[in-house]
Design a protein around this ligand. Sequence first.
Ligand SMILES: *[C@@H]1O[C@H](CO)[C@@H](O)[C@H](O)[C@H]1NC(C)=O
Ligand SMILES: *[C@@H]1O[C@H](CO)[C@@H](O)[C@H](O)[C@H]1NC(C)=O
Ligand SMILES: [Cu+2]
Length: 233
Amino acid sequence: MKTASFFALASALVPAVTAHYRWTSLIANGGTTAEYEYVRVNTNDNSPVTDVTSTDLRCNVGGLDSGPETSTDPVTAGSTVGLALDQAIYHPGVVNVYMAKAPSGTNISDWDGSGDVWFKVYQVTAVTDGGTSVSWPSVGMSQVTFTLPADIPDGEYFIRAEDIALHVAETYGGAQFYISCAQVSVTGGGNGTPGPLVAIPGVYTGYEPGILINIYDPIPANYTQPGPAVWSG
Ligand SMILES: *[C@@H]1O[C@H](CO)[C@@H](O)[C@H](O)[C@H]1NC(C)=O
Ligand SMILES: *[C@@H]1O[C@H](CO)[C@@H](O)[C@H](O)[C@H]1NC(C)=O
Ligand SMILES: [Cu+2]
């Protein structure tokens, strides 16, 4: 998914680690938790998902099977939560964070996140200036955090982080999705109505202007963040 010269460069800059940055750890209760303690482990070493119609888009390859070995972290509504990466993001692109609430009575370790259940809680978009330059603030980030809305209903949720790498996104299927799902149990919440709700897969067609895009030529004069609006409670 990358050129030989890029791989050599990345290898030189980031020695002795897996090829790609991975969302490995939940951030909650004032700290960063152990790798894959509360994050569902994948089986593809985080090679990117490129098929937006695949269920792999939901929690990465293998992520629908690794729930039983993943713990669920208690968190409080209104507190700061997030996901941390094993190394900083190095592809130009954008980040979305979605959540989905397991049906009451369903153990989230056994849940597959299917249906129109996902809402966006946070995003990192591009910065454009009318076509002279574009910057990607997610590059260099090694974590994203956000405030859990105070009125989010109590229950068990996925927190799903998604980096959409756009360096070879000029052809259909070229955008690369780096994904992980964490498991949390929210208490102290309220009666908010998270939304708009979308399905994953389903939320993207792959033809969105922010997904099927040449980010180099011409330099984008504007950028449309993929996915629904952020719900902030
Ligand atoms: C949910 O399932 C996991 C994995 O099977 C288990 O360890 C955990 O105790 C269950 N949680 C509850 C609240 O039953
Ligand atoms: C920029 O704005 C135009 C006009 O609204 C739109 O057609 C185009 O898709 C946008 N480009 C991006 C990358 O969002
Ligand atoms: Cu890559």
